[in-house]
Design a protein around this ligand. Structure first.
Ligand SMILES: *[C@@H]1O[C@H](CO)[C@@H](O)[C@H](O)[C@H]1NC(C)=O
Ligand SMILES: *[C@@H]1O[C@H](CO)[C@@H](O)[C@H](O)[C@H]1NC(C)=O
Ligand SMILES: *[C@@H]1O[C@H](CO)[C@@H](O)[C@H](O)[C@H]1NC(C)=O
Length: 152
């Protein structure tokens, strides 16, 4: 019986892992516009970010053609359109995939010419108000798995 319990427990853990994996989304910056100098200024990326429900663990995909970059900066760099104090390397080849680590705000700009001043900048922040985050969800699944395996 012990081995049956282990097998059931194993299945439930795999199911939990799959469910948690399925909660990570991919967000393509600007949707079909992509990462470019937007036609009407930074409102394009503000609007885009406003329609997305970012969560920690999600991937943000910057896709572009022509000469652009993705520089992660802090809020000062974002406001001033300055990549002088870029965080990490400046990404020069498309696509650049960024994984959201926490609910901290993340700021990205293009470091080429005046592209940022023309609106090529985006702020991304995962919501803290997710009703059930992955770790809470996992805890519940572990509790359920433990309960069901005790019934076998
Ligand atoms: C951004 O980074 C610069 C350089 O490290 C620093 O002087 C500035 O205070 C930072 N701004 C914010 C809002 O963290
Ligand atoms: C970036 O994400 C896109 C979309 O999910 C994927 O097709 C691509 O393979 C990823 N690239 C890298 C380098 O991870
Ligand atoms: C998930 O929710 C739990 C309980 O509400 C909280 O303690 C934890 O910090 C949250 N984790 C993340 C990554 O948001």
């Amino acid at each position: 019986m012990a081995s049956q319990k282990m097998v059931l427990f194993g299945y439930l853990m795999v199911a939990a892992a799959l469910l948690i994996g399925a909660t990570a989304d991919t967000h393509t910056v600007g949707n079909s516009l992509g990462w470019t100098v937007p036609p009407a200024g930074s409102v394009a990326y503000k609007t885009w970010a406003g329609t997305r429900d970012f969560a920690a663990g999600d991937t943000v995909v910057f896709q572009w053609s022509n000469t652009h970059t993705v520089a992660q900066v802090n809020q000062s760099g974002y406001d001033a359109c300055s990549a002088t104090n870029a965080i990490g390397e400046i990404h020069t080849s498309s696509p650049y995939n960024f994984t959201i680590a926490s609910t901290d705000p993340y700021y990205f700009i293009c470091s080429i010419d005046n592209h940022c001043k023309l609106g090529m900048k985006v702020k991304i922040q995962a919501g803290a108000a997710s009703s059930l985050n992955a770790s809470a969800f996992f805890t519940i699944l572990v509790a359920l798995a433990t309960y069901f395996s005790s019934l076998v």
